[in-house]
Design a protein. Sequence first.
Lengths: 290, 214
Amino acid sequence: MTTRTAPSATALYDIPGPATRKRHRLYGIFSTALILALVGWVVYLLFDTEQFTSAKWTPFEYKGIQELLLRGLGNTLKAFAYAAVLSLLLGAVLAVGRLSEHRVVRWIATVLVEFFRAMPVLVMIFFIFVALKVQPLPALVTGLTLYNGSVLAEVFRTGIISVERGQSEAAYALGLRKTQVTTFVLAPQAVRAMLPTIISQLVVALKDTSLGYLITYEEFLHAGKLIASNLDYDLPFIPVVMVISPIYIGMCMLLSWFATWVAKRERRNPKMKAVEIAPAEPGTLLPGVQ
Amino acid sequence: MDVLTENFSLYGKGFLGTVELTVYSSILALVLGFLMASCRVAPVGSLRVLGTVWVTVLRNTPLTLLFFAVLLGLPRFGLVLPFKVFAVLALGCYTSAFICEVLRSGINTVPTGQGEAARSLGMTFGQTLNTVVLPQAFRSVIPPVGSTLIALAKNSAIAGAFSVTELLGTYKTLNELGYSIIWTFVWIAVGYLIITLSISALFNVMEKRWGVAR
């Protein structure tokens, strides 16, 4: 890994010659040593503060603990499934509203989308949870739906308006109504082109289900916290983090890789030739980007 | 309206807390993001791997999990700092991954020919970087950095739930004092809008001044 050089010249470097390659190899060895030393130091710290004692790790062998974690994971996935489906629906509705020919409908949809995108999602969740006194799961799902739905509405809308104009013109010329044009001609092409972005937005929703922890929804992180604060197991905080984060990060990574895979496949798809849309890329995964 | 006027100092404290968190984490995110972006475009393989791992892992980590790990985990290593510093660390590291990607794609928008022309004029690496590549990259990254920092300001609300003084956290005190909870939240929302709108105004000005003419 250390000796591989950049495959071609970039704005920054030329293709390296033999002397430069030698120099880069030296840098490579040096930086690898530095990184390994850092990793080694962290591992040493872990051992030094006794994070690998059996007292802290045996709890994970108990059936009750495993079930607790699995239930938490199930609750996380449940919240994600609800939020994903509902925000896709809300996104579709709001996108239709923004593309409507009636000024009032368009105006209302625009205000809703802009407002929910501008608010921190946690503020909305807390508002629903505290002020409207809703149960944790519905509060979490509603908050996530409002936010992700508004973002998805913009994604859908951009997708639909960037379908080549000839497509809708041809459909209108064949005598289709506006609803038919949208559902049969524009929406399928828009969704296909925007699929990577949509999936990336779902990754954001999956990541944000962890906000449920803050409103005492019994999701994955909450289960972890329960185990971590147990005195009987010698407060296994670091072990809990070491068990939970790979699962969380792994789930999100799988979904984002799926988005990248879809994007790559779309680019090779001959059906996409007709759709003159900027090659859809997976989004940024950052909640709150406007 | 009473909620705001009677508790102005409380709101002010929360507002300043959020601003402080945002500013410090932004600085950390920009610095770290720049470092990681340089790693990702470096000709040295191991640095590229480091940058890629940093970005991939942090981008796919839920921020709440990161807060959980940093605020409650680092003290286990004997590292005891004020919660605010931990919050800045968590927010800054998380956002640095996104800043890194923005900067990297900014550098990638500079055409290869620019660098080649600079080098064929006999410019050194430093000169090429400072006078040719970075100025052009800077122009194209202004809007995406702006929206990343707006997202950072919004994400700082999570810190409030981990008992750092900031805007969202003020609702707890006001709730106990018996004020109308709806109005409490309305003013919190206004506070966040002020912050995000000022960031976006700032970046609009910057974009007007230095942005790419399209």
